[in-house]
Design a protein around this ligand. Structure first.
Ligand SMILES: Nc1ncnc2c1ncn2[C@@H]1O[C@H](COP(=O)(O)OP(=O)(O)OP(=O)(O)O)[C@@H](O)[C@H]1O
Ligand SMILES: [Mg+2]
Length: 307
């Protein structure tokens, strides 16, 4: 009989677009059937195991990506909106969920919905009533003020408030290609419930002044949730506000590339069009498709489509 072809965690990671650490964790937890070889007990993975993961990812269909970090003003909402708009333009069916009381997703897309996520969480409306169609393939569950009291209600009334979001979204499983979730710059019950629903996390890091601060704490929070939600992965690190004239900005970028060689994405440059687009209620692709901002977000869309 032919021997199974074994590959290293590094090769497996490359094929699946994730980090070798995750692959080793999966071997240890039995999520994939790795084999220990040699005296050092190094992990090797049968090629067919990788094929199984690819197959189940394709079947699972609906990718759930949270845009999160506790730091404010780093480009979370800009990224959530433009990534969603770009994926929708590529023919993907996208649900964009705004879990922030600021409700800026609606503003950025020029929408004024009366109801959204808060009413859905409060079970006042059905999911189709709570959703607003923003563009052809793009649907929005709006955030806003009403979420503030909803957070208190969830905490008081539910036995397991961390599953609040997963519970109300259960019925749309498989109906979208992507669910993108914008989060508030905080660490509260709603953000926790986002991490109990999403499988992938995209962290924008502003390359302006020391915004890397707070990231270590966020990673710690993420690791704590991962103990209960094994499918959760820090998948993308997106450097934002890159200004190559500022030495500190390029230094932080180099440091991030070194620390996160697998997760790092091409940076989003500082681009005034990205700051102007929200005023017109348009995505960057509608506002100025030739701008640096549109080109940078287009690259992110391609990266996410690849896995
Ligand atoms: N690459 C960029 N170049 C220039 N301006 C940008 C860029 N990205 C975002 N902005 C602007 O910076 C501000 C903050 O961005 P954004 O609202 O996306 O951050 P955020 O992380 O969602 O903030 P919050 O934590 O308050 O929700 C906005 O006014 C936005 O238009
Ligand atoms: Mg925001």
């Amino acid at each position: 009989m032919e021997d199974k072809k074994l590959i290293t965690p590094e090769d497996a990671a490359e094929r699946l677009g994730m980090s070798p650490k995750t692959i080793r964790d999966w071997c240890r937890s039995g999520q994939i059937n790795g084999i220990k070889v040699g005296r050092a007990g190094l992990w090797r993975i049968p090629e067919e195991e990788i094929e199984k993961v690819i197959e189940s990812n394709t079947k699972a269909g609906m990718r759930k990506i949270a845009i999160a970090i506790s730091k404010g003003g780093v480009g979370k909402t800009t990224t959530a909106v433009n990534l969603s708009a770009g994926l929708a333009m590529q023919g993907k069916k996208v649900l964009l969920i705004d879990t922030d009381t600021q409700g800026q997703v609606s503003t950025l897309l020029g929408l004024e919905p009366d109801i959204g996520l808060a009413e859905l969480l409060g079970k006042e409306v059905s999911i189709s009533e709570a959703t607003t169609q923003a563009r052809g393939n793009l649907f929005v569950l709006a955030g806003g003020d009403n979420l503030a009291s909803m957070k208190i209600q969830i905490t008081k009334e539910l036995d397991q408030p961390q599953f609040a979001l997963a519970n109300v979204l259960e019925e749309i499983e498989g109906q979208f290609d992507y669910v993108i979730i914008d989060t508030a710059p905080s660490w509260d019950i709603l953000n926790l419930s986002v991490l109990f629903y999403a499988h992938e996390v995209l962290v924008p890091i502003s390359l302006e002044v020391l915004s890397v601060q707070g990231f270590a704490k966020f990673q710690e929070n993420l690791q704590n949730v991962s103990k209960y939600q094994q499918n959760l992965e820090l998948k993308y690190i997106l450097p934002t506000f890159l200004d190559r004239r500022v030495k500190r900005s390029t230094e932080i970028l180099q440091q991030l590339k070194f620390t996160f060689p697998y997760q790092i994405c091409d940076p989003i440059r500082y681009n005034s069009k990205l700051a102007e687009a929200p005023g017109s209620g348009q995505s960057i692709f509608e506002f100025d498709k030739r701008s640096a901002g549109a080109r940078d977000y287009d690259k992110l869309v391609s990266r996410v489509l690849k896995s």
